[in-house]
Design a protein around this ligand. Structure first.
Ligand code: ADP
Ligand code: TMP
Ligand code: ASP
Length: 237
């Protein structure tokens, strides 16, 4: 499959059309962004690590019955995916309090959330991804009622699969963000699943192994991503 034109250059990935209208090529760049693009740096190996990480997770999810956009890895830092009509919505599940929920609700980091909680956000950097409720999504027509329910069900289904997978490898899945899109009348999981878009802590020490290392200037960002991958059995060579 051949790249044609650049369709979209996001903060961390570039998306290309291909010779088949149903498929895109995603290029995972080394650009690392936080705070809605306010902090951007190039981190060596990041594109390759997140590409292979995402492919591994998408394949695990497919095996467990979650339909995704993933088709195949094309190179170290590129993958072929189904071209989705993306919903402008981010779906977040939180198992443990961290990040924006601590700021918004004044709760301390590290509280077990039982049951896990769910939040929708509007994908809009200029507005700093404001939180949405089901009524906003319905009133502005960003997704149908059926899609709203499907996004919740699928995002929690992903939680059941991945929380166990990370726990088996000695990690806590603190929270994560998913994006969905339409493909031939179906809602599929799109975008990526990597330590850029989730929080992962070592289960014993609670050491942060995700993009919070970059956000908080803790160093060892890609080393931590690679450690997570190695614990899961992903080969980055
Ligand atoms: P951002 O837009 O947040 O800066 P990225 O740098 O990750 O993000 O850019 C990737 C873009 O590609 C995102 O806007 C994402 O919604 C979009 N995207 C991801 N997967 C697909 C897909 N399968 N089809 C179409 N667009 C996709
Ligand atoms: P938050 O605590 O900043 O709301 O983030 C919750 C989770 O979602 C966290 O794992 C990071 C991820 N996330 C993204 O990947 N991209 C985003 O734009 C936002 C707001 C969160
Ligand atoms: N994904 C957003 C950004 O790249 C927010 C974040 O990760 O902090 O800026």
């Amino acid at each position: 499959m051949k790249k044609k034109a650049e369709l979209y250059a996001g903060k961390a990935k570039s998306v290309y059309t291909t010779d088949d209208d149903d498929y895109l090529i995603i290029h995972f760049r080394n650009d690392t962004s936080a705070f809605d693009g306010e902090k951007i740096e190039q981190l060596d190996r990041k594109g390759m690590v997140n590409n292979k990480f995402t492919a591994f997770i998408m394949e695990k999810l497919e095996q467990a019955g979650v339909k995704t956009h993933h088709v195949k890895l094309l190179s170290d830092d590129e993958a072929v995916v189904k071209k989705l009509d993306m919903l402008p919505i981010e779906c977040v599940v939180r198992n443990i309090s961290a990040g924006s929920i601590c700021r918004r609700l004044g709760v301390e980091e590290g509280m077990d959330l039982n049951p896990p909680t769910f939040e929708f956000f509007l994908k809009n950097d200029a507005l700093h991804d404001p939180m949405l409720n089901d009524y906003h999504i319905r009133s502005f027509g960003w997704a149908t009622d059926e899609e709203v329910e499907q996004m919740k069900t699928l995002t929690f289904q992903v939680n059941d699969i991945l929380k166990k997978m990370f726990a088996d490898a000695g990690m806590l899945l603190v929270d994560y963000k998913l994006e969905f899109g339409r493909f031939k009348g179906e809602l599929l999981l799109g975008d990526e699943f990597s330590p850029d878009g989730c929080r992962l802590w070592d289960a014993e020490t609670r050491k942060k192994l995700d993009k919070d290392r970059f956000r908080q200037g803790l160093g060892g960002v890609i080393e931590a991503y690679e450690e997570v991958g190695q614990r899961l059995g992903i080969c980055f060579d």
